[in-house]
Ligand binder design. Structure first.
Ligand SMILES: [Zn+2]
Length: 260
């Protein structure tokens, strides 16, 4: 992690991320699958930081870039990764088979969540030097193929850290609070925007300690661990988003022990 931004190593797998070097003088804009991609660095040494979706197919992928010199495209390769299955039992059956009114609420909330995920704040000093938001053991890894009460549901798009109810959750890097709400599946939730499409999400909180629009510094407490929403017990569900794509949060904290 010699880079001043602390960019994680490449993980060119579904749910991972790749760094693509762009040797242009003027900072280009970049897109992957029509979604704007982070570009950081300096003239002659720009880097596009691309999040790869969990459902990405293996093989060749492409980003498109544009600056006043014109347009170009860059290829990268996505390798196969087999994620394991996980079987969970939840007590509230509506969290597995929502009724009609629940579905209306869920669809309403999906629009708000999508808007938060696609927020764009054009700052240069994006930092990937993340601290783990809560002390505790990883209880569910990212990418698990999930079955709730025996029924297949969407794969696990974040990292679960088991901790006691009320344990403080710290912001892993500087950012801005862009959304706080109580959602059907995610419970009490906070979204933090770290710049250029790097967004983090914290779910199932017992208490939210921040407000929308608030600037927040690395290490500040944003809320408390809880068990609101679709859960089997108290834990933090933490998601990391790049170019509107959920990627594996473990990639952002795995070098932490060697940094201390
Ligand atoms: Zn989770």
């Amino acid at each position: 992690m010699s880079d001043k931004h602390g960019i994680p190593e490449d993980a060119n797998i579904p749910g991972g991320m790749v760094v693509i070097n762009l040797k242009h003088n003027e900072r280009p804009m970049a897109w992957y699958d029509k979604k704007q991609v982070m570009v950081i660095g300096h003239p002659g040494h720009w880097k596009a930081i691309v999040g790869i979706p969990l459902d990405a197919e293996t093989g060749r992928h492409q980003i498109n870039i544009k600056n006043s010199d014109g347009q170009a495209s860059y290829d990268f390769n996505v390798k196969d990764k087999e994620y394991q299955s996980q079987y969970l039992t939840v007590q509230n059956k509506r969290h597995v088979n929502p009724d009609t009114m629940d579905m209306e609420r869920i669809h309403r909330e999906q629009n708000i969540i999508q808007k938060a995920k696609s927020n764009w704040r054009d700052i240069d000093d994006v930092s990937f030097k993340f601290i783990q938001p809560v002390a505790g053991t990883i209880s569910s890894q990212f990418g698990l193929r999930r079955f709730f009460n025996g029924e297949a549901r969407r794969p696990h798009s974040g990292l679960d850290i088991a901790a006691a109810e009320g344990a403080p959750i710290h912001v892993p890097a500087n950012g801005k609070v862009i959304n706080t709400a109580l959602y059907f599946f995610n419970g009490n939730t906070v979204f933090i925007d770290h710049g250029q499409g790097l967004i983090t999400m914290y779910c199932h909180l017992s208490k939210i300690d921040v407000e929308e629009g608030q600037a927040i510094k690395r290490g500040d407490v944003l809320g408390r661990v809880g068990k609101t929403g679709r859960v089997t017990g108290a834990h933090l569900h933490w998601s990391v988003i790049l170019n509107q794509t959920m990627v594996d949060p473990a990639l952002f904290i795995k070098e932490q022990s060697s940094q201390k």
